[in-house]
Design a protein around this ligand. Structure first.
Ligand code: NAP
Length: 288
């Protein structure tokens, strides 16, 4: 990876920050961080620079198409061609459909799904020209096994999985360019704070550093799909062979059916600020 320039969306904190560390450890030439919160981006950028890897950060809301294209141009001019794009940025607001503000529902689709369309359109063409590149998506096991209480997030992740499945097949005949989709189980970051499964000892949350390590390994080995932990492969098999009634019993027994009841996530203030600050960029009207 010594010649690679990696761009990580949502690289300021959580799994994104660990990904920046992992790519730096692997000797990546340059790391670029995108996000909306300057403090997190700056802190991570300083840490990566101290590790001896050239690092840059840019404020960019991935849901804002114009901003993505504009910042992608700035990146190309100031830093160079991106050869590894990591679509990691996402939000969750953790409410049922009826309790959700309409704009919040739209925004999770804009950030978690549409953001990938814009970033991939911005960077993939140059990877194809150079015949070297990799598009990575940090997805979620909830894309395959949705739960109540976070319907917009599950929908956005399922849609994002379809995007990656299509892209992965579409790039089969493109030499040097590959895709990786990582589907982690609950991971210990601020994102799903408060969420409780019934048997936490049996299903402990993943460490973000482990998710980051496995993601970088998958890029190095050009692995298309990675379920984390590996036991999640069983879920895929169970879903395809068991009847819906049996799956419902598993959801009830394991507590995934109610695990979002204790969800706290980030503060309501965070979501209000997201709604207010991004309304104009999506051309949305506040509802209610
Ligand atoms: N935590 C889990 O349990 C879990 C499980 C499976 C999959 N995942 C996936 O892992 C990825 C990282 O999640 P995490 O746990 O690290 O969550 P996190 O700590 O909340 O980090 C989310 C990152 O996304 C960025 N982001 C959010 N909206 C953005 C926007 N509009 N434009 C640019 N950046 C934006 C945030 O930065 P700013 O707020 O500064 O913009 C932040 O850096 C996500 O795709 C998530 O769906 C997480």
């Amino acid at each position: 990876m010594s010649g690679d320039v990696v761009l990580i969306t949502g690289g300021g904190r959580g799994i994104g920050r660990h990904l920046a560390r992992e790519f730096a450890k692997c000797g990546t030439k340059k790391v670029i961080l995108w996000g909306r919160t300057e403090k997190c981006l700056k802190d991570t950028c300083e840490e990566i620079t101290l590790m001896g890897t050239e690092c840059h950060y840019f404020i960019c809301d991935v849901a804002n198409r114009e901003e993505v294209y504009k910042q992608a141009k700035v990146v190309r001019e100031k830093v160079g061609d991106v050869t590894i794009l990591v679509n990691n940025a996402a939000v969750v607001h953790g409410k049922s459909l009826m309790d959700s503000d309409d704009d919040a529902l739209l925004k999770s689709q804009h950030i978690n799904t549409m953001g990938q369309f814009w970033t991939t359109k911005a960077f993939l063409p140059r990877m194809l020209e150079l015949q070297t590149g990799h598009v990575v998506c940090v997805n979620s096991i909830l894309s395959l096994s949705p739960i109540p209480g976070t319907i917009d997030y599950c929908t956005s992740k399922a849609s994002s999985l379809a995007f990656m499945e299509s892209l992965t097949l579409g790039l089969l005949d493109c030499p040097g360019v590959g895709c990786t989709t990582v589907l982690p189980f609950h991971t210990n970051t601020e994102m799903f704070q408060g969420m409780r499964v019934r048997f936490p000892k049996l299903f402990p949350p993943l460490k973000p550093e482990v998710v980051a390590q496995r993601t970088v390994d998958a890029v190095r080995t050009n692995t298309a799909f990675v379920y984390l932990p590996w036991t999640m492969n069983a879920l895929v098999i169970l879903k395809s062979v068991l009847p819906q009634s049996a799956l419902e019993e598993i959801h009830r027994f394991s507590g995934t059916y109610t695990c979002m009841n204790t969800f706290k996530g980030r503060t309501a203030g965070f979501w209000n600020s997201v709604i207010t600050s991004t309304d104009q960029s999506y051309g949305l009207q506040q509802s209610g």
